[in-house]
Ligand binder design. Structure first.
Ligand SMILES: O=C(O)CCC(=O)C(=O)O
Length: 271
């Protein structure tokens, strides 16, 4: 089955309303160009800064959630809403992707499960756990294009997580992310291609546009990778909407010819 995936690689500013407005303009453009699925980047309504997350956080049903829901219904598209800081009744804050179908029904939500706490010597440092609470598992949603797994950024570094999604039947893994200028050039492409080849799935990474004046500089490089490990679409640092058509039959074709998933020996893998 053919699916047109639109990735919105946008700049993210201080002003939440401005971010929502820009996302809306790009969603309109993607829908006009025939997208079936539209994907936004990680933290698309909020600067990627731990101290901003509680300040920008919303309860489900809040302003950004309602915006995404209405856009999905209004344009008749699936929206994988990048991520936003979500708060719950106890004021805990999560990094959450809300997913809507063509009618604006919430299909699922993924709370980032592996928090990004790193300190690379002479490079990037970040501590999401200063303000965020982790989610506790993988997310797989049902669509007319089959099952789609959803994870957020750092989650992709944990191979077991993708495998859990594939074991649940996911044929595409959608990953809103925001790698930086230290880990991005080193690992982003390798990770998306490796997860695709290991699991014989499409991987879709969608990042903010690069803004060298930001506190956190996104690597950008939004990409779609085939189950054969081929890069089907790739941006650089620019702000743009990229459309890539994929064919979900490819998963089955590749799995029949190279039956990796059948050849697994889970009884001898201990971890
Ligand atoms: O894993 C990385 O290098 C980047 C992760 C990240 O930026 C994130 O999880 O938001």
């Amino acid at each position: 089955m053919k699916v047109k995936i639109a990735q919105i690689q946008m700049h993210i500013r201080e002003d939440k309303d401005e971010n929502i407005k820009r996302a809306g303009e790009f969603i309109d453009e993607a829908a006009e160009r025939g997208a079936d699925i539209i994907v936004l980047p990680e933290m698309f309504n909020c600067p990627y800064k731990a101290s901003c997350f509680p300040e920008y956080a919303e309860l489900p049903g809040g302003k950004t959630y309602t915006f995404l829901k209405n856009k999905a219904a209004g344009k008749g598209v699936y929206i994988f809403g990048g991520s936003i800081p979500e708060k719950d009744e106890e004021s805990r804050v999560f990094n959450t992707c809300f997913i809507f179908d063509r009618k604006g029904n919430e299909l699922g939500r993924h709370r980032k499960t592996h928090l990004f706490d790193i300190d690379v010597k002479g490079g990037q440092s970040f501590r999401e756990s200063d303000t965020l609470t982790p989610g506790n598992g993988p997310t797989v949603v049902d669509t007319e294009f089959g099952k789609i797994g959803v994870m957020i950024c750092y989650d992709i570094r944990f191979p077991e997580f993708s495998r859990m999604m594939v074991n649940e039947g996911a044929g595409i893994i959608i990953v809103p992310g925001a790698f930086n200028m230290t880990t991005g050039p080193a690992h982003w492409e390798i990770l998306f291609r490796t997860r695709a080849v290991d699991n014989q799935v499409f991987t879709v990474g969608t990042a903010p546009a690069r803004d060298v004046d930001n506190f956190y500089v996104s690597y950008g490089n939004s990409m779609v990778v085939s189950p054969w490990g081929e890069i089907l679409g790739r941006m650089e640092g620019e702000e743009a909407v990229m459309l890539t058509e994929i064919d979900t039959e490819l998963n089955t074709k590749i799995r029949n010819q190279l039956p990796l998933l059948k050849h697994r020996r889970p009884e001898i893998y201990k971890s």
